[in-house]
Design a protein around this ligand. Structure first.
Ligand code: PHE
Length: 339
């Protein structure tokens, strides 16, 4: 039958499922060629009819079989093409996500806090806008005391100023504790002084101060704690030394030096050939300060210390200008992307 040959030929040519479906409709559909032939069988004689009927059935089955076969083949190749177009090239480099890091000062503050928390200290924070009483008076610095000049201040009103150190926090904690011991705190925070900004001075900087009050607290305890801190911060091999100094809130007072991190004590430009770097101020809490905040100075003693965080960071990492911490130059900040 001519229709069969033509249909099979065309079916082989079908390039996709849509064409295949068109051919199915063309031959087997309601108005398809084969359907039309079968409809026309009524006009045939009784002898011819079964012959043609059988033939038509054979042709329909043959076309159906090829259609099915071809459909499967086309579906398989469509799937294959889809898989091929959707494969992932695992060798392509990934897109890196820009990852930020904490500001170096924040990192150092956290590092210092961790060291003191490990030594049993708690963290106490307080206001940056402070009263004259807590910033000075409660620390044995009455009005007109010449030592107030050590910390030139930004006054907001006659009685309110931007704190010049975080020691007022210590006075606040002592007062709140109402004579209870032990007190073992560190006070981190921003402080303000009327300084001209240069490579080593900033009118805003960061401090961490410590305070310990208890029974039989001695200067040797201060020394032990500060040596432990210095070794954690600057390395196991560093030494510290205490030099006599003066602070109105401590007596005796001492300036604390650590062996130069750069030359290990041999003497270099950084330590001005001394082998030592000054890192903080400290001393035994003045009895007047204890009394003013409600502690019996006959019963209890304590020590205090205070350090500039920027200075510690500058010494540890060899940073030559304090202003790097505030300018937010990305090239500087990126160097601290180490955590
Ligand atoms: N508060 C002092 C300062 O800011 C530092 C200090 C704290 C000194 C505690 C001695 C004891 O300069």
């Amino acid at each position: 039958m001519e229709v069969k040959e033509r249909a099979l030929g065309e079916l082989q040519q079908a390039a996709n499922l849509a064409e295949l479906n068109d051919l199915r409709v063309k031959y087997l559909g309601k108005k398809g060629e084969l359907t039309e032939i079968m409809k026309g069988m009524g006009k045939l004689s009784a002898e011819e009819r079964p012959l043609l009927g059988q033939l038509a059935n054979e042709v329909r089955d043959a076309i159906g079989a090829i259609l099915e076969e071809k459909k499967e083949a086309l579906e398989a190749s469509a799937l294959e093409a889809q898989l091929r177009s959707q494969t992932i090239d695992v060798t392509l480099p990934g897109r890196t996500l820009a990852k930020g890091n904490k500001h170096p000062l924040t990192q150092i503050i956290e590092q210092i806090e961790d060291i003191f928390i490990g030594l049993g200290f708690e963290i106490a924070e307080g206001p940056e806008l402070e009263t004259d009483y807590y910033n000075f008076e409660a620390l044995n610095l009455p009005k007109d005391h010449p030592a107030r000049d050590m910390q030139d201040s930004f006054y907001v009103t006659e009685d309110l100023l931007m704190r010049t150190h975080t020691s007022p926090n210590q006075a606040r904690v002592m007062e709140a504790k109402q004579g209870e011991v032990p007190v073992k705190i560190i006070c981190p925070g921003r402080v303000y002084r009327r300084d001209d900004d240069d490579a080593t001075h900033s009118h805003v900087f960061t401090q961490i101060e410590g305070l310990v009050i208890g029974k039989d607290i001695r200067m040797s305890d201060l020394k032990g704690i500060l040596l432990a801190f210095s070794r954690e911060m600057f390395g196991d091999d560093v030494q510290i030394r205490l030099r006599p100094s003066f602070f109105p809130f401590t007596e005796p007072s001492a300036e604390v030096d650590v062996t130069c991190a750069v030359c290990k004590g041999k003497g270099c430009r950084v330590c001005k050939e001394t082998g030592w770097l000054e890192i903080l101020g400290s001393g035994m809490v003045h009895p007047k300060v204890l009394e003013m905040s409600g502690y019996d100075s006959e019963k209890y003693t304590g020590f205090a210390f205070g350090m500039g965080v920027e200075r510690i960071a500058m010494l540890k990492y060899g940073i030559e200008d304090i202003r790097h911490f505030y300018n937010n130059d990305i090239r500087f900040l990126r160097q601290f992307n180490r955590r």
